[in-house]
Design a binder for this molecule. Sequence first.
Ligand SMILES: Nc1ncnc2c1ncn2[C@@H]1O[C@H](COP(=O)(O)OP(=O)(O)OP(=O)(O)O)[C@@H](O)[C@H]1O
Ligand SMILES: [Mg+2]
Length: 359
Amino acid sequence: MNYLDFYKLNEEPFSSAPDIKFYYNSAQHSKALVRLMYAVDSMKGLALLIGDIGTGKTTLARRMLDSLPEEEYESALLVIIHSGITADWLLKKIAMQLGIADPSDNKITLLSQLYERLNELYEQHKKAVVLIDEAQMLKTKEMMEEFRGLLNLEAPDRKLITFVFFGLPDIEENLLLDSPLAQRVALKYRLESFNYESTEAYVKHRLGLAGNKEEIFATDAIEKIHHYSKGIPRMINIISSNALFEGFLVKAKVIDSKIIDSVVSDLGITSEQAGIKKTLESPDTTEDEFIIEPVQQAVMQEPVMQESARPKAKIPVQPPVAARKDPDIQKPAEMKAKPKKQEDLDEIDSILDKLEKGN
Ligand SMILES: Nc1ncnc2c1ncn2[C@@H]1O[C@H](COP(=O)(O)OP(=O)(O)OP(=O)(O)O)[C@@H](O)[C@H]1O
Ligand SMILES: [Mg+2]
């Protein structure tokens, strides 16, 4: 028997993949999505969705892409995965995503191809929308100027293309590389971490989708999960999945706060640590963060590599971090637990590192 059988689950409920099947429309995500959908519906030009590490930006980007009806939108999702990307490369990728089969290597020709294609879409009453994830990696002035050029393409009643940048708050700093572009940000929204109610509902939602019908986490356990995770979904997943495994090892049908304490201690997330990582704390959300019309700064850091998004169904989804489905019950429990936790520890280290760098 493995832990999934023990808890009567059909699959791993807390996988680290941003799988939209597990999407939970938290108050935080819902607010963000409503605003971003408004921005693309009215073809605002440029919108930003910023959020701290692990708050669910990629998940939201995928969900958003999925929510854009194909009859109405020509949409794509590009994921920037390194900072060595050139503006020309990006332009070409955008062209391909918008349906230009043979984008030219010549910049002028490429721009005219893009213009023609955007006009064609406009005439077909379709909105060209490009979502860009990890947009903080776009950080050259040249890149910003390219976006500005595209945003200058307008029909009498609206922009011909709208971009939504998803990324860390550094995006805003990068946008300042080209202040005219920064001024074109029509909407900016900050994705906050979950409040307690969302954390609780999120945990139950994921467990429910994985097949759970009975209570697994006691209320005091969920309180602890929220406390230690600071409401950051990725941290909730890491703590919860380790708690399930730990609970299985000690044969606890219901996971209580003691198990959570033990897991976070193994993971090195002490109460003290949770406190010192200021960036893990959820900033207050105010409606002021929903900014329509001219904005301030914004931009991004390193470049990209594309992941694409068209056809939508083919968007690659990263595999889960830990292969916990593999029962492999021949091995002693200790042997199984260690690699899994080590992976999670590495992930936490990387999150903390990034946060420290960001401070
Ligand atoms: N609304 C949500 N519904 C379901 N799962 C979510 C949600 N938000 C986040 N998650 C989960 O939390 C984890 C982190 O989410 P995601 O990768 O989207 O965060 P991110 O903000 O893009 O992180 P990073 O800053 O590292 O890019 C993933 O496992 C994802 O499935
Ligand atoms: Mg992401």
